[in-house]
Design a protein around this ligand. Structure first.
Ligand code: PNS
Length: 156
């Protein structure tokens, strides 16, 4: 299980998904719906972008879920959550989530160090830079970049 908000998926996300796909027979990439987060893209759009950027990976399934991550994992026989770790600043939060999720369900978490090139990259900074007209084309898959440009234009 590679969970996230994916609002939108970045090159850093794709890297983690590709590496998870090379380690496991099957990987579910799930858009977790959090109503308290003000997302730029609809869940259906986030899923469509994930489908587009993982087309080259035969063992990926895209889904969405509104609820506890571990409930999805338990209901679907998923034993492992894979998350990317960009920097030490991610570690406290990810450790807490990993311990909590394990205590709740026995589902374990594997933390994959992101490539150093992606250590500063997040969906939030990409959206902020793009909102002010900065170039984020090198941080996103081309299809996501185009959709981001279109979405920001719609909102203007
Ligand atoms: O891409 P994000 O926003 O950093 O992903 C965070 C996510 C979606 C993985 C995390 O918020 C999550 O697991 N949400 C589902 C609700 C849940 O199970 N929370 C953990 C116990 S409080």
């Amino acid at each position: 299980m590679c969970p996230g908000s994916y609002d939108p998926a970045t090159n850093g996300h794709v890297d983690i998904i590709e590496r998870a796909a090379s380690q496991f027979d099957e990987v579910v990439v799930a858009v977790l719906i959090n109503k308290t987060k003000n997302c730029l893209f609809e869940v259906s759009d986030r899923m469509a972008m994930l489908k587009e950027v993982t087309e080259h990976l035969p063992n990926i399934c895209i889904d969405s879920w509104h609820g506890l991550l571990v409930d999805y994992c338990t209901a679907n026989g998923i034993a492992t959550i894979v998350k990317g770790l960009r920097a030490v600043s991610d570690f406290d939060y990810e450790l807490q989530m990993a311990q909590l999720n394990y205590q709740l369900s026995g589902v374990d978490t594997m933390l994959l160090p992101s490539k150093p090139y992606y250590s500063y990259l997040s969906s939030s900074v990409v959206k902020e830079v793009a909102t002010y007209g900065g170039d984020v084309g090198h941080l996103l898959p081309p299809t996501v970049h185009q959709r981001l440009i279109n979405r920001l234009a719609e909102r203007r």
